[in-house]
Design a protein around this ligand. Sequence first.
Ligand code: AMP
Length: 239
Amino acid sequence: MSNPERKPPRANPSLCPGAAEPKEPDLNDFTSLGLSAPILAALEQAGYTTPTPIQSQAIPPLLQGRDLVGIAQTGTGKTAAFALPILHRLAAEPKRAARHGCRVLVLSPTRELATQISESFRVYGAQLNLTVATVFGGVGHRPQIQALRGGVDVLVATPGRLLDHMATGQANVANAEILVLDEADQMLDLGFLKPIRQIIGRLPKARQTLLFSATMPEQIARLAKDFLRNPERVSVAPV
Ligand code: AMP
């Protein structure tokens, strides 16, 4: 879906202070994290040379299919930390999304963040044949309904509008394989806790679940406890 507010993710050299120095032959580059060639090519195109700390820590367990709780703020490279292994897993097991369905559901607190996340999936997945749709409130339903009709690989949505589409049968999350709750503390602040629980109730129990949050208030910790299975925990300092 097109959106005039789209901003392509840009390489941020300050995130990776060692990027210009000679590379260590170890975990400090994307190749050794186990990502596939089309994703590595897209990263090179985007100018990313070195994984950020959240990426080095989160990508290996996510590639193994583990659940994950990430304590990280925007600016740490957390979007790529979840988008890259998700794209790798989708491409490794190609499958058609069900009609009105999605293989991956990313819940985001705001329209702006949802738009950025979708754009990141498109950039990192530029060499993969995958579809991405974005759903948020405050705009017409019709283009979103059209985008959802045939099913999509990745659906990025704010909780309220997604529930609207689920209520009318235009969105169906029953076959989602991976769920990401991004900026969970923000979603709590915006009153989305109940909608999130309603949406998760419609997802299959057998799935991979990721939760990212800058802080861990009690209600978010409980959400993680209720819906994640033996999650890997990673935490990085704000940039
Ligand atoms: P995020 O925290 O996901 O919002 O990312 C912050 C910014 O850093 C975005 O502009 C990304 O495009 C950029 N970025 C993410 N990972 C890297 C990386 N490994 N190297 C350079 N820039 C990056």
